[in-house]
Ligand binder design. Structure first.
Ligand SMILES: [Zn+2]
Length: 289
């Protein structure tokens, strides 16, 4: 497949520049087998139809995000990398360049978690893509994936990916826990469930806020309107559902914008509480006025 067109979206949070970059878009079939594994195909199809979405296919995008604080250029997640390029993804670096950034300008790479669509862009041809960067991740996440005990389990593929993409960079990596700071104004929040050490981030500048929710919700309708529907990619499904409700309750209550890694591009929006879940309200001109 040909590379997908470069898509980027930039806005300000206080004095921080935020640029969301599309790494690509993957189309898959049978939405229920990914986003409603404890539901019937009919129940999932009904909710999709009510939201004007096809019932036999779905699109899943990947949205790494750059935050430019003025003194640091911080990249959150790295997309699919070279492994995704045959399928049209792996467009992060092309997108960064279109937005005016080079990989060498990145001073910090934050990994929200270590699934392949988040760590794939760390290395290119066996060399670090962001050669001047230090790295930040959750300790539990790194420890889980690097552990040789993953061999022979369903996590073996992820383990091998971390050995290839993350372990070579480990000497430049530090770990952040709940409430820990990446740089001034950027704070980690534990959001475990999707993966064992999945972290999300609060960005604060000039009295404005933004939450990067990473994979707390994986589908803008199915995972938000029905937060209890089980998602194939959530490794601890009970914890992931509890985290979804905690995080999106907070975002709704505080009326904060958020970037969701798998929300439809530009992956930025707000949350309204519904009777049994949430409605994704895509951004429009809130950052332009
Ligand atoms: Zn993901």
């Amino acid at each position: 497949m040909a590379p997908q067109a470069t898509k980027t979206s930039s806005f300000k949070i206080g004095t921080f520049g935020v640029t969301v970059i599309s790494d690509g878009l993957r189309t898959s079939e049978k939405p229920q087998e990914t986003f409603g594994t404890n539901q019937t195909p009919e129940a999932v199809a009904e909710l999709l139809m009510a939201n004007f979405l096809p019932t036999d296919k779905f699109a899943n995008g990947f949205s790494p995000t750059l935050v430019d604080t003025g003194s640091d250029v911080i990249l959150f997640d790295t997309g699919m990398g070279e492994g995704g390029r045959a399928a049209g993804a792996g467009q992060l670096v092309a997108g960064m360049q279109a937005a005016g950034y080079t990989p060498d300008q990145v001073t910090v790479v934050v990994l929200t978690h270590m699934h392949g669509d988040h760590i794939g862009g760390l290395m290119e041809g066996g060399q670090p893509t962001f050669k001047n960067a230090r790295y930040v991740a959750g300790q539990a996440e790194f420890d889980f994936w690097k552990d040789p005990a993953r061999a022979g389990t369903p996590a073996e593929g992820g383990h091998k990916g971390v050995l290839e993409k993350v372990v070579p960079l480990a000497e430049k990596m530090t770990f952040v826990g709940d409430g820990g700071e990446v740089v001034s104004g950027i704070t980690g929040m534990a959001a475990f469930g999707h993966s064992p050490g999945h972290m999300i981030y609060r960005i604060e500048s000039g009295g404005k806020g933004l939450i990067l929710t990473a994979d707390t919700a994986n589908h803008f309708v199915l995972s938000l309107q029905r937060p209890d529907w089980e998602v194939r990619f959530d490794m601890d499904k009970t914890a992931a559902a509890a985290t979804r409700k905690k995080v999106f309750d907070m975002i709704a209550t505080d009326r904060l914008p958020f970037v969701g890694y798998h929300m439809p591009f530009p992956s930025v929006g707000f949350i309204e509480t519904l009777d049994q879940g949430y409605r994704f309200v895509p951004e429009s001109y809130q950052f332009e006025l």
